[in-house]
Design a protein around this ligand. Structure first.
Ligand code: HEC
Length: 109
């Protein structure tokens, strides 16, 4: 009997652990899909900022200083961007939008 109760409580602990893990996972999925669904979040924040934090890659301010026009910035993304940026390299429209988001304007040269 004692061992039965022991096994039962062990099962409960395992189930509880699984429940906690599942909740954490669901929370993560909901939180990340919410971030992508929010259209007001800049594309820069969603697609670029995680790497361009000033440590892994130059941050927004640094890029703004380096590229004076949207054209320069767009060309740099396509030519100098790391392979991990391939998802945006072929979409100039997005790159130009991002340039505007981080404060690069045409004609400020
Ligand atoms: C997975 C990480 C990652 C993501 C995401 C990312 N980048 Fe990069 N990016 C890099 C790395 C690494 C470099 C190379 C940095 C270097 O050479 O100093 C780079 C280089 C660049 C450069 C050239 C900088 C220079 O002057 O050499 C630009 C411009 C740039 N990224 C823009 C973007 C934009 C815009 C996005 C979002 C659409 C983006 N990156 C997303 C990692 C990333």
């Amino acid at each position: 009997m004692v061992s039965l109760t022991g096994k039962a409580s062990e099962m409960t602990r395992k189930n509880f652990f699984m429940l906690v893990m599942l909740s954490a996972f669901l929370l993560f999925v909901t939180a990340s899909s919410a971030a992508f669904a929010d259209d007001k979040t800049p594309i820069w924040t969603k697609l670029c900022a995680s790497c361009h934090d000033g440590k892994t890659a130059p941050d927004a301010g640094e890029l703004r200083g380096r590229y004076r026009t949207v054209d320069d910035f767009t060309a740099a993304v396509k030519a100098k961007g790391a392979p991990c940026m391939n998802i945006v390299k072929n979409d100039e429209k997005i790159i130009r939008k991002i340039a505007a988001e981080i404060g690069i304007r045409n004609g400020t040269k």
